[in-house]
Design a protein around this ligand. Sequence first.
Ligand code: ZN
Length: 172
Amino acid sequence: MPLPMPEKIQKTVQSNLTPGQIIAKHQQSAPINVMAIANDLGLNVWSMNLPGNISGKIFRDALNGGTSGFSIAVNAKESPVRQRFTIAHEIAHFILHRTNLETGDLIDDTMYRSGLSSAEESAANSLAADILMPFPLIQKFITAGMKDVPSLAAAFQVSQVAMKIRLGIPVT
Ligand SMILES: [Zn+2]
């Protein structure tokens, strides 16, 4: 029996909003509440002791899943910002690659390879970045004077590398 993450114990109620509307609803302030997005999509999220080469998965979970019937699990041994990105990546799979989920669970290794094509993994990473680092909100912070990557990464609770990629700054 996996331990629930603190915010998520009870069953979630699936929203009537579209995925895009659900995401936008939770992008008004930073850090983006990625758990709330998952829950609104009918997904429960669990921080679990996964094997070291696995970052996360999205799987059919009749007993403990959300109203969608699916749960996301993330590797409890990875850093909080990494777990947040993995949750966003699995949410992206749920939105973009739902048909693949009908045939089996998606398990992502630490390179976010789940057996889908690299184009599909890229699309999931791209949507994950869109979820966690919406440009209008980043712009708001920059306009307010927060212009350095460490501060922005901390405000959005993402890795500095993820924020650099988002801002188009070369990662060395
Ligand atoms: Zn993936």
